[in-house]
Design a protein around this ligand. Structure first.
Ligand code: FES
Ligand SMILES: [Fe+2]
Length: 404
């Protein structure tokens, strides 16, 4: 179950000396692989290096689902770390991803979150680009400098691959194929997204967590039935469902049986969380570095996330339905989705409260520690322990140069 993957890019940066000093100090503090020095959640120098080695490094990042780009000209804007992206379905039907920048003086080209456009016009000097990224023309073009060649001014393109309708991008030429990157996570991911090309977009919600992106992503399963009222009212305690952890990157896939709400006193109105579907196999697929995909309790959800800084993480919850849904069931999916996840969701509110409390202590020179089941062999991983987290952290240490 290994997934070979080249490690972080090694080119030099101006910040190299500054990072080297921090790296050496942090590496010395990694005395036990199950204990994480808290400064990795709070240090600005480490954060900047993560943007370089991870978000601009050889990882694949989901940026859209095809259901968000249903017709030629459909587009969506998003971010990869600190880089603005424009994801566009061209007139030829092909989905491409570009850096969302005018190639003249660098104005952000498209500011809308999504829409349909045959062309993108920069407001600054009115340069025009088509939805396949080509430069189409500009005012005053006859007087442009002698070496001006339209092809040199196409929008900068990212590598794109797709799986189960999800569009992945990378800025790194060193990234392996998407299949290699995902390894054994590919099949559960396909199952999570239903994988029949018939998902529909129901809508979005956005949450900004006051926490480092790694704390947000590394939301272990140990806590799920303990912190979350949502799971307690469903009577879900976790258990022995399937767990897949890919090596070396540490993607985590969990499958479990979801439960219907039985009136156990948590809800005055039992219709707030009501499971109507017939698929009770719930799934969570957590793809490093920072994307989570879930299918449970009538909801299908992709959490596109990005760091906003060392202590802020923005999560764009995209909710999906299926072409075969009746209007009533689609409406139920929307209600159920908002009641569980997003700004008013039972689960999200509790996570957000804890994440900000974790962040508040990140300057105390202590450690975050993995304890429950953390030193078992991988084959013995169960859903509710912290073993799954440790694989991804081993990879992180290596990529960031923190191995002792
Ligand atoms: S910066 Fe876009 S046209 Fe000049
Ligand atoms: Fe949680």
């Amino acid at each position: 179950m290994t997934t070979a993957m080249p490690l972080g890019a090694a080119e030099n940066t101006e910040d190299e000396d500054e990072y080297e000093a921090v790296r050496a100090k942090v590496a010395a503090r990694f005395t036990n692989p199950l204990d994480l020095p808290k400064e990795i959640f709070a240090d600005e120098v480490i954060y900047r290096e993560e943007l370089r080695r991870i978000f601009n490094g050889p990882y694949w990042h989901p940026v859209a689902h095809l259901a968000e780009l249903p017709e030629p000209g459909s587009f969506k804007t998003t971010w990869l770390g600190g880089v603005p992206l424009l994801v566009s379905r061209g007139q030829d039907g092909v989905v491409r991803a570009f850096v969302n920048t005018c190639t003249h003086r660098g104005t952000m080209l498209e500011q809308r979150a999504s829409g349909v456009a045959a062309e993108f016009e920069c407001p600054y000097h009115r340069w025009l680009f088509d939805n396949q990224g080509c430069f189409r023309g500009a005012p005053g073009q006859r007087d442009f400098r002698a070496d001006f060649t339209p092809d040199d001014y196409a929008l900068p393109t990212l590598r794109v691959e797709q799986l189960a309708g999800l569009v992945f991008v990378t800025r790194s030429p060193q990234a392996p194929s998407l299949t290699e990157f995902l390894g054994e996570a590919a099949s559960p991911l396909g199952d999570c997204m239903l994988d029949d090309g018939r998902l529909t977009l129901l809508g979005y919600q956005k949450v900004v967590y006051r926490t480092n992106w790694k704390t947000y992503f590394d939301n272990d399963f140990y806590h799920a039935p303990l912190l979350h009222t949502g799971f307690r009212m469903l009577g879900w305690q976790g258990g022995s469902g399937k767990v897949i952890i890919t090596q070396p990157v540490g993607h985590l896939c969990v499958e479990y049986q979801s439960r219907r709400y039985v009136d156990n006193g948590y809800l005055a109105d039992t219709s707030v969380v009501e499971f109507r579907g017939d698929d009770d196999r719930a799934r969570v697929v957590a793809l490093r570095p920072v994307t989570v995909v879930t299918k449970h309790l009538d909801t299908i959800n992709v959490r596109f996330a990005r760091p906003l800084g060392v202590d802020r993480t923005e999560v764009h919850y995209a909710f999906f339905g299926h072409e075969g849904d009746t209007p009533e069931y689609a409406e139920h999916r929307v209600r159920q989705a908002s009641n569980l996840l997003g700004p008013s969701g039972f689960i999200t509110i509790e996570d957000a409260a804890v994440f900000s409390r974790v962040q508040k202590t990140s300057g105390d020179d202590g450690y975050q520690r993995f304890v429950k089941g953390a030193d078992r062999p991988l084959e013995q991983a169960t859903q509710n322990d912290e073993l799954a987290n440790t694989i991804g952290w081993a990879h992180y240490r290596e990529v960031m140069g923190f191995d002792r």
